[in-house]
Ligand binder design. Structure first.
Ligand code: SF4
Length: 428
């Protein structure tokens, strides 16, 4: 095992095979990539011991990445279904997956996902720590820092590439939550578990108090920490409130502290944000967190889109990534309503990928713009095979085309013999 982690290689100007591979994949020269990794503006998600076909870099000057959340719940649990979700995520171009399993078989599901995944796998270890106490029929409040660190260590040894740790939700911050002003105090699952624990025990968040221990594990395995926003707004009316920004400042401090100790971090962000506050949110995060990659959960631009939250998140995600967010967490049509089905995963992923790609065009990433050029050329020449192949969802595009009853194969049923592309074909 290479003893140097990614930041150390970048700082020592060592072009490790991983850095070289990312440089090729992202069309970014090694010096720029290494410089951005050294100062925490770019991260590479890959556990040292995880044999990954497609490691993923997130950050400055790179294509916007998309994560798929998956995993069983306490109500619905099937390893087979979760593996199908993983397959569809990889087939449709997800950059990472997060296994958020709780309930039965947590460990088995994670191990299977890691074994079958060609892309980085993230987790929220506090879920498993809470789950283990339940198995032992112990109260959640009895969780100790060793219970948490043991789970982190075990998951690191299994090959998890990035951890969400809600280290910013401190005892001090919880006292500041404006219970009467916020519509929904806490919507983050990890945030709620920790807030409950802190309030009940009147003690500091172990992930914050023992952050050095967390860093040691992360450094040893080259795991990236995703600093979770336990107090993210769960309603557009709570967006950008004081408590959200208070936690963000804490995450900025933790990110700097981790970077100084050679651990890569990304910062998690909201949540539910009205359109007119997205730019401000991204710019503040970049400033407060010294340019660390920003991982936004959506954001949803309205609270009323139940059943269509993937569209709401796609609108927010496009704008957020245009203003500088680096990593989008997808949202499915079933958000707020049920555990996503396999179809929900596909729809949510495509919606987020469209958002990410739209932003990448606007950001001027040349090879992303080239994709649009190629499909437009195929469209002009009515090369349906090529057009379908270049579509973001070739399966759906092919199905739509093949379901048409065509009288003439050189046009489509939209305009038929008045196909503008055909009419002007010989004019220019
Ligand atoms: S028929 Fe109309 S929609 Fe279809 S390819 Fe021609 S111009 Fe485009």
């Amino acid at each position: 095992m290479n003893t140097m982690n990614t930041i150390e290689c970048a700082r020592n100007k060592i072009a490790s095979p991983l850095i070289r591979k990312i440089s090729r994949l992202e069309c970014q020269d090694i010096n720029t990539l290494s410089k951005n990794i050294s100062c925490g503006k770019t991260v590479i998600l890959k556990n040292k011991i995880h044999n990954l076909k497609k490691p993923c870099a997130i950050g400055r000057g790179l294509r916007t990445k998309v994560n798929v959340n998956m995993g069983a719940s306490t109500e619905v649990s099937s390893i087979k279904t979760e593996l199908k979700k993983l397959k569809i995520s990889i087939d449709y171009g997800a950059d990472t997956v997060m296994d958020l399993s709780v309930g039965k078989n947590v460990r088995k599901i994670r191990q299977e996902i890691i074994a079958h995944s060609t892309i980085p796998v993230g987790t929220v270890p506090i879920y498993e720590a809470a789950q283990e106490l339940e198995h032992k029929r112990k109260n959640l409040f009895k969780m100790t820092k060793d219970d948490i660190l043991e789970v982190l260590e075990r998951q690191a040894e299994e090959g998890v590439d990035f951890f969400t740790v809600h280290a910013g939700i401190t005892k001090e911050i919880i006292k500041k939550i404006p219970y009467k002003k916020r519509i929904i105090e806490i919507v983050s699952r990890g945030g709620a578990i920790l807030a409950n624990w802190i309030i009940h025990n009147n003690k500091e968040n172990p992930l914050y108090e023992y952050f050095d221990n967390v860093l040691k594990i992360a450094k040893r395995f080259d795991i990236t920490l995703s600093l979770g926003d336990g107090l993210r707004p769960g309603s557009v009316l709570d967006a950008t409130d004081e408590i959200q920004l208070y936690e963000l400042r804490k995450l900025g401090q933790l990110s700097k502290y981790a970077l100084e100790r050679g651990v890569q971090t990304i910062i998690e962000g909201p949540g539910h944000v009205p359109l007119n506050q997205i730019e401000k949110n991204i710019k503040m995060q970049k400033q407060i967190c010294h340019g660390a990659p920003f991982y936004v959960l959506g954001p949803l631009v309205t609270d009323v889109s139940s059943g269509y939250d993937h569209i709401s998140a796609s609108i927010g995600g496009a704008l957020a990534s245009y203003y500088g967010a680096d990593f989008l967490c997808y949202v499915t049509p079933s958000e707020h309503l049920r555990l996503p089905s396999i179809d929900d995963v596909r729809e949510g992923l495509i919606a987020s990928k469209i958002a990410a790609h739209a932003a990448d065009i606007a950001k001027g990433i040349p090879y992303q713009i080239d994709w649009d050029r190629k499909i437009s050329q195929a469209r002009k020449s009515r090369d349906w095979t090529k057009q379908i192949k270049l579509s973001i969802d070739p399966v759906k595009a092919k199905r739509y085309r093949s379901q048409s009853k065509l009288q003439e194969s050189s046009v489509c049923t939209m305009c038929g013999k008045y196909c503008s592309l055909k009419l002007i074909e010989k004019c220019f």
